[in-house]
Design a binder for this molecule. Structure first.
Ligand SMILES: Nc1ncnc2c1ncn2[C@@H]1O[C@H](COP(=O)(O)OP(=O)(O)OP(=O)(O)O)[C@@H](O)[C@H]1O
Ligand SMILES: [Mg+2]
Length: 261
């Protein structure tokens, strides 16, 4: 059965999409079966891996019930993906029925046995889409910029996670905070680490020991719609995501959630 991980933070531009992509590519390279779901109407992840968002069914069609889940899966050199489409931005108004928090959870059921990991890239908002991702997930990973503004919005994020856990998904856990664009040589690092520790404490979670360094290859690879691994296999960012993937795998093995392949 797949482990479902939602990559989330309602702050924009912190590395949710890059982390979904980086973790997804690294897990796939290590031999795991990976499906990524682009749940952001901006469709950045879909663009990055050159997935079709207009002429092929997307997650919008799946949650609307007009396409079967597995019929919306596209194969890419990076990983399998269910792409997004701008229509997804209307979900808030379109889906008003009871149990609307469970739409994604039900939708991904047919994929659970086919994959080892299902990674969900969420939009920068605490919307019904994000709540659906939290309801469907086993775990949450929170990318966070290593800066002093990162505390902003943490209380709201915590409240949303607590509410989902309480009402819809008691097993949900916050696996950890991933520091992104980390610069160990910055003179701000000590303050930043203190902030990050504070956030982790508030969320009752930990900071992953592996951090992602700043590296322009991420945006270059995304702009070229190429996988990080192929674009710059020996870059620091790729090394960092590979080590981060190993940390996640190790934790999952220890907790018996994922068998080694
Ligand atoms: N470690 C890094 N080093 C350098 N640039 C990075 C790094 N991580 C992400 N970026 C760049 O920062 C920008 C924001 O990253 P990304 O799109 O992954 O964030 P996001 O949280 O998904 O944003 P949004 O909230 O808009 O969905 C992108 O241009 C990306 O290429
Ligand atoms: Mg994004």
């Amino acid at each position: 059965m797949a482990k479902v991980i939602a990559v989330t933070n309602q702050k924009g531009g912190v590395g949710k999409t890059s982390t979904t992509e980086g973790l997804g590519v690294c897990l796939k390279t290590k031999g795991y079966r990976v499906l990524c779901i682009d749940l952001d109407p901006q469709a950045n992840l879909s663009f990055s891996v050159d997935a079709e968002t207009e002429e092929f069914p997307t997650i919008y069609d799946v949650i609307k019930g007009t396409t079967k889940t597995l019929h919306a899966v596209q194969r890419t050199p990076s990983f399998d993906i269910i792409a997004s489409n701008i229509l997804l931005s209307g979900v808030e108004l379109e889906f008003t029925q009871k149990d609307r928090e469970f739409i994604l959870k039900k939708a991904i059921e047919p994929a659970l046995r086919r994959y080892d990991y299902i990674l969900i890239d969420t939009p920068p908002a605490l919307s019904i889409l994000t709540v659906n991702a939290f309801t469907a997930a086993d775990a949450i990973i929170i990318p966070m910029l290593a800066d002093i503004f990162s505390l902003q919005g943490v209380a709201e994020l915590h409240e949303t996670i607590r509410r989902v856990k309480h009402r819809y998904n008691p097993e949900l856990k916050i696996q950890g905070i991933l520091l992104n664009k980390y610069n160990s040589r910055s003179i701000l690092t000590r303050e930043v680490m203190a902030t990050a520790e504070l956030v982790a404490e508030q969320l009752n979670t930990k900071i992953f020991s592996k951090k992602i360094r700043q590296g322009c290859v991420i945006s270059e690879a995304q702009a070229n719609q190429a996988s990080f691994l192929e674009y710059a296999p020996s870059s620091n960012v790729v090394k960092d995501y590979m080590k981060f993937a190993e940390e996640v795998l190790k934790e999952d093995e220890n907790s018996g959630e994922q068998e080694v392949v």
